[in-house]
Every structure is written in C-alpha cells, then in structure tokens.
Design a binder for this molecule. Structure first.
Ligand code: KG4
Ligand code: ZN
Length: 339
C-alpha cells in the first residue's frame, strides 16, 4: 500500500489567513480560514499594512484550528507548504516566515508554492480524477489568463492580462456603483435583477488576440456613471452590472473556446476568485457543451483564496522534487511570472 502524505499548507497572500491539512493532494482533512473582509471593507479595498498585521495576529490560531479540525498533530504532518507569491509582499512574508519557523522547529521539508498553481489545484480537490493536460482560464483579482497546463507543475502562457485583471475590474465597477468590497460577488448578485442593455462607449482593442484588456470597459462604466451623476439622472445599478458582466464573461468565454479549438483541448478548467461568477459559469457551461468540451470549475468554497489549494499544488511540487533544501533562504515575491 502506498504511503499517505499529509501536507500542512499556509496561504496569506492577500486578506485571508488560511491553513489546511490535505492528504495526497486531493483529500481535504481541514481548511481553516480567517477572512479580513469586514476589516478592509471600511476602506473600500485591502490595506496592505492592515492585512499583514492581521495575518500576524491570526496565523497561529488558524494553524492550531486546522490541526485540531483534522484531528492530527504536527508529528503526523509530512511536509509544510506555503504560498511565496504572487501577492502583497508584507502579507506573504507573514506566511513564509511562519512556515520557515514550523519547518525549522519540526525538521519537516518546506515546499514553496505559487499562488497561481494553487488556484489551478483547487480543481484537483473538486474533481478527484482531473489530470493535466488541459486549458486553464485563470480569472482572479490579479490575473486574467489562458494557460496551456502541460503537467501538474508546468504550464505555458497562451494569453494574459494587459492592464486591469478581471477581478480588479469587477471590484472597481462595484465601487463606482456604491457596492461594498469585494465587489465581484455583489455585481454578480445585482446583475440577476438587471438587463444587459447598456452599450458602454469603449473600443475592444484586443478582440482578435488571446490577451485580455478590461481597463477600457471599466473606464467606460466609470464615465457612464459620472455622466449620469453630473446630470442628476437615475443610475440603474442592476443594468450596469448586467451589461458590464455580460461583456466581460463573453470576452472570457469566447476566447477560451477559441483557444480550446485552436490548440485541441477537450478539457477546460477555470481557476481563481472570478470562477465563482454565476454568469461566467452559465456561459462556459453552454459554450463548452456546444463544442464538446468538458468544463471543470472549482467548488464555490475553493474559488477564492484558501490553504487547501496550496497543499494540493504542493503535493505535486513534492512529487516533482521541488522541495526547498535551503529553506531558510526562501523569500516572498510580490510577482511570480506566469510560467
Ligand atoms: O482569486 P482571488 O480570491 O484573489 C486573487 O488571487 O486575486 O480573487 C478575488 C477576486 C476579487 O476581485 C473578487 O471580487 C472576485 O474574485 N470575485 C468575483 C466573484 N466572487 C469573487 N467576481 C465576480 N463574480 C463573483 N461571484
Ligand atoms: Zn487568489
């Protein structure tokens, strides 16, 4: 019988302090998360220094909670994993240093994990049989990208964000509409009550490429709202949300299908916080079915940042031999290249 491998993973790249314990990369024994959303909401977005301080305050408690929920002790853990980037530098440093301390004190190996690979791996937790190769649509607060995922640890970039990432555009549109942070989920909800009947004045400059640009549509929404405000006219927020969301999801889903057909993929995997968007799910479900493509989207609870996805990615890094031997030199990185 093969040995079971338990990984304790730490995620602190933004405003969630999350620790998980995952067996063999697929079975989540526990995932404990402290979210700072309520704290940052009063500022309208994440304040990096406040995020770091709250990670420091919470990380130990969250780690203890993950161990007790999984009913294991540190002795049962085979390796420690941590997100080293991309994200907010100060926030990442809290997780990285906590992980280094744990690895040093316990003598366990340390596995550094890219946040992007973590988001992709959220699908390995959701779908036990999913294996690369596949086409991945990565849609988060920091990225909109199409990736050729060749193995569990390697991917090539097909197209990516040229300006605002899709989650960032959702959050900015929400903000101009007076919706709370983080805005994506509120735009999604309000859009259900609206009609996508507004044509925002902007040029879709990357229509014929696999790259994404959402800053034009975002600015067009901002100008549209300002214009109405100056004339003291009624602002129909549900229609704005529905129209913006319809443009964005059409852009994402049509480029995904085009890439799947051109590069011959029969599996499309969606990753990142915006994969929680109900309209994106609907559009991709329809378009994939029409084109004979199998669609994978993570369980809602693993769409946004969580420790479990980091443990899953770490398991495959470990199988590929990517364990840091000189782990005390590990440092956090604000940016990690998409490769
Ligand atoms: O992947 P994630 O948790 O963090 C990063 O790695 O960036 O993504 C967060 C982003 C935020 O911009 C948030 O507004 C967006 O995901 N998001 C959504 C939805 N739920 C979260 N965007 C659209 N619709 C949603 N339902
Ligand atoms: Zn994320």
């Amino acid at each position: 019988m093969e040995k079971n491998y338990l990984i304790l993973s730490i995620e602190s790249s933004c405003d969630e302090t999350s620790v998980a314990i995952v067996k063999n990369g697929r079975e989540v024994l526990s995932c404990s998360t402290n979210t700072q959303i309520a704290i940052h909401r009063q500022f309208g977005g994440v304040v990096p220094e406040v995020a770091s301080r709250n990670h420091i305050k919470n990380i130990d408690v969250v780690c203890q909670d993950a161990l007790s929920q999984a009913n294991v002790s540190l002795d049962d853990i085979d390796a420690i994993a941590v997100t080293y980037g991309a994200g907010l530098l100060g926030a990442l440093l809290v997780g990285v240093n906590f992980a280094k301390g744990l690895a040093y004190a316990t003598g366990k190996p340390l596995i550094p994990v890219s946040h992007i690979k973590g988001h992709i791996a959220s699908n390995y937790i959701t779908y036990k049989d999913l294996k690369p190769p596949f086409l991945c649509l990565l849609v988060s607060g920091g990225h909109s990208a199409l990736l050729n995922v060749k193995t569990y640890t390697q991917f090539d970039l097909i197209g990516s964000t040229t300006d605002d990432a899709v989650g960032e555009a959702f959050d900015k549109v929400a903000r101009i509409c007076g919706l709370p942070y983080p805005g994506g989920v509120h735009v999604d909800e309000l859009a259900k009550q609206g009609e996508p009947n507004i044509e925002f004045a902007h040029k879709n400059i990357l229509a014929n490429t696999y790259n994404f640009s959402f800053s034009g549509i975002k600015t067009a929404v901002v100008n549209y709202v300002h214009n109405l405000q100056q004339k003291s006219e009624n602002i129909n927020v549900p229609n704005i949300c529905a129209s913006f969301q319809s443009f964005v999801t059409n852009e994402l889903s049509s480029k995904t299908i085009k890439a799947a057909k051109e590069f011959g993929f029969d599996k499309v995997v969606v990753a990142g916080g915006v994969s929680a968007n109900s309209y994106l799910k609907k559009e991709l479900t329809e378009k994939c079915a029409q084109n004979g493509i199998k669609l994978y989207m993570p369980d809602l609870k693993y769409c946004t940042d969580n420790g479990a996805m980091i443990a899953s990615a770490a398991y495959y890094e470990m199988l590929a031999g990517n364990i840091t031997t000189n782990f005390l030199n590990l440092t956090a990185k604000a940016n990690v290249p998409l490769k």
